[in-house]
Design a protein around this ligand. Structure first.
Ligand SMILES: Cc1cc2nc3c(=O)[nH]c(=O)nc-3n(C[C@H](O)[C@H](O)[C@H](O)COP(=O)(O)OP(=O)(O)OC[C@H]3O[C@@H](n4cnc5c(N)ncnc54)[C@H](O)[C@@H]3O)c2cc1C
Length: 387
């Protein structure tokens, strides 16, 4: 016996839970396949990982299944940007190298050739991005990477999906499911096919699944700073960083660099010289918002439940490292915003796709690559769920 039916009078083929990028990617893929789609989201608008990130489509840094998803997702982001009218650009990435070990890893990555990479000397780096780090030795240009403004793109994508017929049930929490039916805080919703894209809150609905896979929350401290250098007269007027900027710490993180023979030597150098950066699991990187401000970060701390207190020392370290990379005094960095982002994290896997019931798929990106990969992942999940 079904409980009260109440939500949605129109029949749908697919119900997606969560309006973050994983959920919206499935909704967009559903539309592409001509399905009638509804999205159920507990908040008034998406405010999770998908709007708190760098908006960096790090295609070149992926390996395995993620690399395939990322290449497909790149094309979808650029297409959806045109359709939905949000900024999505093939900006590429510059990796700034400040040690011989970093240069060696980049040379090995370029030689392996999985993704195109052009090696740069210090002037070549500076020709692409205005970095003034005294320690800059060179770097690499990764042309396949893309960028979106996460604050704009996720909302714009939801609005565009609504305009092409997707039904959104905002401020509606999913509390459980049975075959073909979703239980929500506003009544039941008939759903022949269900995708649960609840991000790092997977354990609220599926505690045992989350525990079995070791899914925890990874917390990242992030800041928005005014771009230093010649004062901007108007927003967007200051120095431009078109490409995303990665550093040697990024090489330790992304799977695409994992096979480079010099990586252990690079890690050993950080362990020797900068254990403070490894202690907060820093991935020093930044991207620029359209108004010229920089999104800088990040650090990683994994737990099931985090204390809410954000250590100022961690922000200070991110600011000091960013200032060093930009080649400006840390005091010149004007902080405009600070926030914490959370994403799902699990040992030994980048994606968790599970079938808790027939006709339903739990889809969670379990490392920090959901913006890069979701559109490709969604195509594969729907091909299996609704052949
Ligand atoms: C600081 C930070 C920086 C990052 N940088 C990058 C980057 O540059 N590039 C990249 O590729 N990736 C990056 N990532 C990772 C990326 O942001 C995530 O992998 C991705 O956003 C996850 O998307 P999601 O839709 O699963 O999660 P979310 O965006 O968190 O969305 C989940 C949604 O589900 C909703 N929800 C949860 N439970 C329920 C329920 N029971 N009922 C209804 N709704 C529910 C939530 O309200 C939420 O809106 C970063 C992540 C962080 C935190």
């Amino acid at each position: 016996m079904l409980g009260r039916m109440g939500l949605g009078s129109e029949p749908v083929d697919l119900v997606v839970v969560g309006a973050g990028i994983v959920g919206l990617a499935h909704a967009a893929e559903g539309v592409r396949r001509g399905l009638r789609v509804a999205v159920v989201e507990r908040d008034e608008f998406a405010r999770g990982a998908s709007v708190r990130n760098f908006g960096h489509g790090c295609v070149s840094g992926q390996a395995g299944a993620a690399f395939g998803y990322a290449k497909a997702a790149r094309e979808r982001w650029l297409e959806l940007g045109r359709l939905a009218g949000f900024w999505a650009e093939p900006t590429g990435t510059v990796v700034a190298a400040r040690s011989e070990e970093e240069l060696a890893v980049l040379a090995e990555f370029a030689a392996a050739g999985a993704a195109p990479a052009e090696l740069l000397d210090a002037d070549g780096v500076r020709a692409r991005v205005p970095l003034r780090a005294k320690t800059l030795l060179g770097g690499a240009w990764l042309p396949w990477d893309i960028r979106v403004d996460p604050r704009e793109a996720v909302g714009a994508l939801a609005r565009w999906l609504a305009s092409v017929g997707v039904t959104f049930h905002w401020r509606t929490a999913v509390t459980g499911l049975e075959p073909g039916v979703l239980r929500t805080s506003r009544g039941d919703l008939a759903a022949p096919a269900i995708v649960l894209a609840t991000g790092h809150d997977l354990d609220w609905l599926f505690p045992e699944l989350a525990e079995r896979a070791g899914v925890r929350r990874c917390a990242l401290q992030m800041l928005r700073v005014a771009t230093p250098g010649p004062a901007a007269r108007a927003p967007g007027d200051g120095e431009r960083f078109g490409p995303g900027v990665l550093t040697g710490l990024s090489l330790l993180r992304y799977a695409g660099f994992a096979g480079c023979p010099s990586l252990p030597a690079l890690r050993a150098r950080f362990e020797r010289e900068r254990p403070d950066l490894l202690a907060v699991d820093m991935n020093l990187m930044f991207t620029q918002l359209p108004d010229g401000d920089l999104i800088i970060g990040d650090t990683h701390e994994t737990a099931v439940t985090h204390l809410p207190f954000q250590a100022e020392t961690v922000d200070d370290l991110v600011l000091a490292e960013t200032a060093d990379l930009l080649g400006v005094p840390a005091a010149d960095l004007v902080v405009r915003e600070r926030w914490r982002g959370y994403y799902a994290s699990a040992p030994g896997r980048e994606f968790l796709v599970a079938a808790p019931l027939p006709g339903a798929r739990v889809v969670t990106v379990t490392t920090g690559i959901g913006m890069t990969t979701s559109h490709g992942l969604a195509a594969e999940v729907l091909a299996d769920l609704i052949p």
